[in-house]
Design a protein. Sequence first.
Length: 285
Amino acid sequence: MAIDSLPTLLLLVDESSSKQWRDSLIEVASGGGFELISGPAPQTFDPQHPTVVISDDVNWTVHIAAARTHVFANGDLPPLAPSPGSFVDRHELHKESRRLVVAAHVISEGATLHDLDSVEAEIDGVGIAKRLGKCVRSTVQSPLSIYTDLPPRPGVAAHWPSHVFSYQSEAFVDGSPDIDLTGRPRMLLHGPYVFLPIGRWRADIRFAVDPEGGAAPLRVQWGKDGDYATLEFRVAQGGEYSVSLEHDWKEPAPAQVVIWVTEAVFRGHFMYRGCSIDMIAELKS
């Protein structure tokens, strides 16, 4: 198979701004006589005919080599949608982080990164596309700010506010970060299931406790499903607290903070303040 007949992927990671590039990319690919695919993966393509795929579906990266992939992304990351704390927000945060972690991986494997603010982008073997219009910028810090630059490097950080987590309730979604500790041993909160890339990540977890004259036996965990750094302690004095935990991501995976009350208690109050995360070291994959 000739190298020129291999498909080229133009991956538009940032939905809020990629529309400024899409029409131009389609025009360039169409004008060059390429077979054009625009949509989700997987779709078939003719191996005898040069093909360009324009999509925001990262599943295409499984089928097309990183060296033939061009990623359109940069730091224009969306804040959470309105209605903080809703299931839709958490689902979108999880989905968006997966798109970004895959994009970061293919860039580290040799894909070309194009900044959405660039005036034009040269696509090897295809042509030159030009940005049509101005990219919109958000002034609100995103929980995905670790992906401002791709791939993330040590020193990147993000704040995960309390409303991106899930709390004790019948559905374990709509509870409050202001929790009555009275009752049986149980999980108090978990989330937010944001994908993190390979690396050593630290979480600085903040909360307030009022044991109301008793003691609050707590377990704090940081990591991914079934693989956590864990700290257990008892709080007998009311006040503001923070816990710092480090954990290694040896492969991309959704991150969790999980907090438990480990014994039955008769009184007490727990107020979750959210956490900050930062990448403190790279790891070899």
